[in-house]
Design a protein around this ligand. Structure first.
Ligand SMILES: Nc1ncnc2c1ncn2[C@@H]1O[C@H](COP(=O)(O)OP(=O)(O)O)[C@@H](O)[C@H]1O
Ligand SMILES: [Mg+2]
Length: 342
């Protein structure tokens, strides 16, 4: 198949903050990690497809390039447009108008997952636990449970731990007010105030649609963080490669989980995956408390596909190579267009 690997250029500097840095010794020492799109391109070639890149840069001209592209399928890696990640759902919406098949979640699922306050209500309807929360937009309260400290304060519709750092967990009204004020200053979206759930950070990845296959669970081990640092996957943990916090945390296949917990986590993940209309592949972030309670934190449609990221770790745990994992995503996408692909 001719496959267009669609991505937005703007995103690169965010994925690898190092690329943005002054010419420091640290930057020189560090080899540029392969970009996810390069790894996917190589995997598609190995699978016998003919990949090509289609780059968006926030200028409308590049949208026309999609319309003109002669491809059978788009591998959609776009999670923002013009740097604005609330635009992510418009890309698959545009592809639908153009009648071009594409991988991953559609506009509907992207909208649901993007608004954490909405997706929490949906998973709660399906009987899953999600932390009690309140939502504030410039002082107006959208809804409020009777939340109790400690709380975590985060933008209601951002991703990649934008707006989440070591100061996000608050234990007093003063800290809470300051944090809310700060997020309102930085972001245009409402602020989600959630009960902080102490527990293991577990990721459940899925591939497929009608009966999505649960891949082995992945855990981000936060237990080695210094005692005064909240055990959360904030910006430092995810991106600040030179920080101690980054070095002390790592994701790997989850160990020391009994069969019952594994099954409950995968089932909760699958319910959320379906309820939020995720497609082809996705990852549900959860917390498992010492009492065995499972809380859904958020859903990630089209999660990061770098070979070092959690989805690929989970896929390797299912005895797939990285190339096979990419192949499984293509197969899932193809099966949604039965009249197009025989
Ligand atoms: N209610 C919560 N209780 C405990 N930790 C949380 C909670 N909400 C978020 N976190 C921590 O913050 C991280 C990032 O939050 P998340 O909502 O997943 O944001 P993002 O969409 O930016 O990934 C989570 O992976 C988790 O470690
Ligand atoms: Mg997350």
């Amino acid at each position: 198949m001719k496959i267009g690997v669609l991505y937005e250029r703007w995103h690169e500097t965010e994925e690898y903050p190092g690329e943005n840095m002054e010419d420091t010794a640290a930057k020189k020492k560090r080899k540029r990690p392969k970009l996810d799109r390069e790894e996917i391109f190589a995997a598609l070639t190995k699978l016998g497809h003919e990949p090509s890149y289609i780059e968006l840069d926030g200028e409308n001209q590049t949208l026309f390039a999609i319309a003109r592209a002669k491809v059978d399928l788009i591998f959609n890696l776009v999670d923002s447009y013009g740097g604005n990640d609330s635009h992510d759902y418009n890309i698959p919406a545009f592809l639908e108008l153009l009648d071009i098949p594409y991988t991953g979640t559609g506009p509907h699922g992207l909208i649901l997952a993007q608004d954490k306050s909405v997706s929490k209500k949906i998973v709660a309807f399906h009987g899953l636990k999600t932390p009690f929360s309140a939502v504030s937009h410039h002082g107006r309260v959208d809804y409020a449970h009777d939340v109790k400290f400690p709380l975590i304060v985060k933008p209601s519709s951002e991703d990649g731990s934008i707006g989440i750092d070591v100061g996000s967990v608050v234990t007093s009204v003063k800290e809470l007010m300051e944090r809310i004020d700060r997020l309102h200053g930085e972001f245009d979206c409402p602020v989600l105030i959630e009960e902080y759930i102490e527990g293991r950070e577990i990721y459940a990845a899925f591939v497929g649609n009608a009966s999505p296959e649960a891949l082995p669970l992945v855990e981000l081990d936060l237990s080695r963080l210094p005692p005064d640092t909240p055990r959360i996957a904030g910006r430092e943990v995810k991106f600040e490669r030179d920080s101690e916090i980054y070095r002390l945390t790592k994701s790997a296949l989850a160990e020391n989980l009994d069969e019952d917990a594994i099954e409950r986590l995968q089932e909760a993940g699958r319910t959320a995956y379906r309820a939020l209309r995720l497609r082809d592949y996705g990852r549900i972030d959860m917390r498992l408390t010492s009492e065995g309670d499972i809380y859904v934190i958020e859903a990630n449609p089209n999660p990061w596909l770098s070979s070092s990221a959690e989805f690929a770790i989970a896929a390797r745990g299912s005895e797939r190579t990285y190339t096979e994992a990419i192949g499984a995503i293509i197969d899932a996408a193809r099966s949604r267009y039965p009249h197009r692909f025989k």
